[in-house]
Write a protein that binds this ligand. Structure first.
Ligand code: NAD
Length: 294
């Protein structure tokens, strides 16, 4: 199987390496960043162009920032789709608006190309380990054929419905993560202001009903004042914008999403866009003057 992967950023680069490790060695890669292309080429991939990937690959993968990037790479003038043959497949692993996934799939269908939207959860550490969670939308038979390829990068690969369902699932994931982080920052700030050590609050409650993967990952970062991004504020703003767009288009009420989005936007406006999303704690620090960092 000849595979093309476009987008070798924080996520795409380790994912490319895991595809190679998984035994899919006929891998062509491209990115605007040549240093990333060279790093993956050293591991056995072939540095390529979008045109060559479109002309020659059986399956084209993308791992790009957002809907406009995927649309322009695939459907723009001289885009990959213009070179793809009927019967080939496109799998977009970026987190984008599900409506955009459906629009791209419709244009590709007219060319005889099937599409899966397959965004991931897990961040850079799980991209490196090959233990990402894939949320997939598309036809069952296309999913069945390409599931082993996705399993080279992920520990969990679940078909959630038709095209767009993968990204709708990812939006749900991002709402839950953002609201959890906000609740955590709010609760630990309350404890601090009430004179109880927030570190002890975390220790006491993490094994109970309030405990979560988000709490285990983000409470220590808040307590240490560590803002090094696993997941950047600006990327979370992008995801929640997509969630709000999607919610407005289907008439779903999302007041919690709207509130946490305003807080993320405040952080962006205060030079926090490149910080980890656990920097939501800084918004509460701004409101109260109480810092969680010991
Ligand atoms: P990134 O910004 O590190 O990487 C994006 C890459 O796309 C860059 O290397 C960039 O040069 C390349 N690119 C942009 N436009 C291009 C074009 N026209 N042609 C070729 N290459 C182009 O982003 P990332 O963190 O790797 O995230 C990628 C996607 O995965 C996003 O949708 C993000 O929301 C999602 N995601 C990220 C994480 C995370 O923790 N970083 C976790 C889950 C999902």
């Amino acid at each position: 199987m000849k595979i093309g992967l476009i987008g070798l950023g924080i996520m795409g680069k380790p994912m490319a390496k895991n595809i190679l490790k998984g035994g899919y060695t006929d891998l062509l890669v491209s990115d605007l960043n040549q240093a990333a292309v060279e790093e993956v080429a050293v591991c056995g991939a072939k540095a390529s162009s979008n045109e060559e990937i479109g002309r020659t690959c059986d399956v084209v993968l993308t791992m790009l920032p957002n809907s406009p990037h995927v649309k322009s790479v695939m459907l723009g003038e001289g885009g990959v789709a213009s070179f793809m043959r009927p019967g080939t497949v496109f799998i977009d692993m970026s987190s984008i608006n599900p409506v955009a996934s459906q629009e791209i799939a419709a244009e590709l269908k007219a060319k005889g190309v099937e599409m899966l939207d397959a965004p991931v959860s897990g961040g850079e550490p799980k991209a490196i380990d090959g233990t990402l969670s894939f949320m997939v939308g598309g036809k069952q038979e296309v999913f069945d054929e390409y599931k082993p390829l996705l399993e080279t990068m992920g520990a969990s690969v679940v078909l959630c419905g038709e095209v767009g369902a993968g990204n709708t699932t990812k939006l749900a994931n991002q709402i839950i993560v953002a609201c959890n982080i906000q609740a955590l920052a709010e609760a630990l700030t309350l404890a601090k202001m009430a004179g109880v050590d927030p570190g002890l609050v975390f220790e006491a409650i993490k094994g109970g009903l309030a405990g979560s993967t988000v709490m285990n990952a983000k409470a220590p970062m808040m307590l240490e004042g560590n803002r090094k991004p696993g997941f950047k504020i600006d990327l979370h703003i992008k995801d929640l914008n997509n969630a709000l767009d999607c919610a407005h288009s289907v008439g779903a009420p999302v007041p919690m999403t709207a509130e946490v989005q305003e807080i993320l936007q405040w952080l962006h406006n205060h030079e926090g866009g490149q910080k980890d999303h656990s920097a939501i704690a800084e918004y509460y620090e701004y409101l109260t003057g109480a810092s969680l960092a010991c």
